[in-house]
Design a protein around this ligand. Structure first.
Ligand code: DAH
Length: 344
């Protein structure tokens, strides 16, 4: 009798083991587990029949059957783990020596990259870096900058007017210059600050004009500031940005918020002034608007023009990015074509 039961046990275990090695899905494995180890399973059934054995054989048989049972349970667990791993696609065949697939990572927009560089340069010169509102009041965008209503200078910048509240008119800021006055109001003078940001113009778009682009405004107000400081700081800034010494020149130009006002040119870094296609044969590249802060603007910011003078400048960031990367059309920046962006 014992022999029968023992042989039965042996055979059942053997069969279970070979079945185990051939199951190929978790479902099959579970069915096998139930059939052999379940409450009504084969091994359990044999253990129930232990009472049919003579008393002295019950102990040894029970121990043997239980040992087999837990060994099988372990083997089932191990197989389950194997099947699970195999079901994670490719994991079983993972070869750590094959070259990886580089995940697609984003990167900075070329305009943002230059903006950050400019911020770094001015931070290192002790400037604050400020942020201002893109929806601006008529007061800060125009009046406080010495551009009263009906002043012809308003036509210099085509403006997106927004809906008007009873006592204020809002615009999409046409330049970053309104932050000159806001910065003086907020931080007082003396002050050194730059304000990068997006501006808006209600213009017909073409290769060099977009309805929205980016500027960096600069403002330095202190006692005894002169045009020499303006020229020196601009030269240092452009030198750092282009990574070489640059020669700059000032040409008189009218901007209502500066007096005197200038356009700043730098000597073409491609031909060093000899004249080439980049500088349109003139040897100079027009870079930015600047000047000595108009006394009315100082007053609007709460600074006493008798005591303080200052300079300001405004530079287009998109244009700088276009020059650096030789981009021929400003509209690429907003067109969202990845073939363009992936080049940077
Ligand atoms: N705000 C001017 C523009 O958008 C640029 C500019 C010119 C800014 C002269 C200045 C400045 O601060 O002094 O065209």
């Amino acid at each position: 009798m014992t022999d029968d039961l023992n042989r039965e046990l042996e055979r059942a275990v053997e069969q279970a083991r070979s079945a185990l090695s051939s199951v190929s899905t978790l479902d099959e494995l579970e069915a096998l587990e139930t059939r052999v180890l379940g409450r009504k399973g084969e091994l359990t059934g044999m253990l129930r029949r232990i009472g049919t054995l003579p008393p002295e054989q019950r102990g040894p048989f029970g121990q043997a059957a239980n040992r087999e049972k837990s060994a099988l349970a372990e083997a089932v667990e191990a197989r389950r783990e194997e099947l699970r791993n195999a079901s994670l696609a490719g994991v079983r065949d993972f070869d750590p020596t094959t070259p990886g697939i580089r995940p697609a990572r984003g990167h900075q927009h070329p305009v943002l990259a230059i903006r950050r560089e400019i911020e770094e340069i001015f931070l290192s010169m002790g400037f604050l870096v400020l942020d201002g509102p893109e929806v601006e009041t008529e007061h800060y965008n125009f009046e406080a900058l010495n551009i009263p209503g009906h002043h012809p200078a308003r036509d210099m910048q085509d403006t997106f007017w927004l809906e008007t509240a009873p006592d204020v008119s809002f615009v999409m800021r046409t330049h970053t210059s309104p932050m000159q006055v806001r910065a003086m109001e907020r931080f007082g003078v003396p002050i050194r600050a730059v304000v990068p940001g997006r501006v808006y113009r209600n213009e017909t778009c073409d290769a060099t004009h977009e309805a929205t682009f980016h500027q960096v405004e600069g403002l330095v107000v202190d006692r005894g500031i002169s045009v020499a400081h303006l020229k020196g700081v601009m030269g240092a800034f452009l030198g750092r940005l282009f990574g070489r010494e640059v020669t700059v020149r000032l040409r008189p130009h009218y901007f209502p918020f500066v007096e005197p006002g200038f356009e700043l040119d730098f000597q073409c870094v491609h031909c060093e002034g000899a004249g080439c296609s980049v500088c349109k044969r003139s040897g100079w590249i027009e870079m930015l608007g600047c000047g000595m802060v108009h006394p009315r603007v100082l007053e609007a910011g709460g600074a006493d023009p008798e005591e303080f003078t200052g300079f300001a400048f405004g530079v287009g960031i998109d244009r700088l990015a276009m020059m650096r990367h030789v981009i021929e059309d400003i509209r690429h920046f907003h067109a969202g074509d990845l073939r363009f962006f992936e080049q940077f």
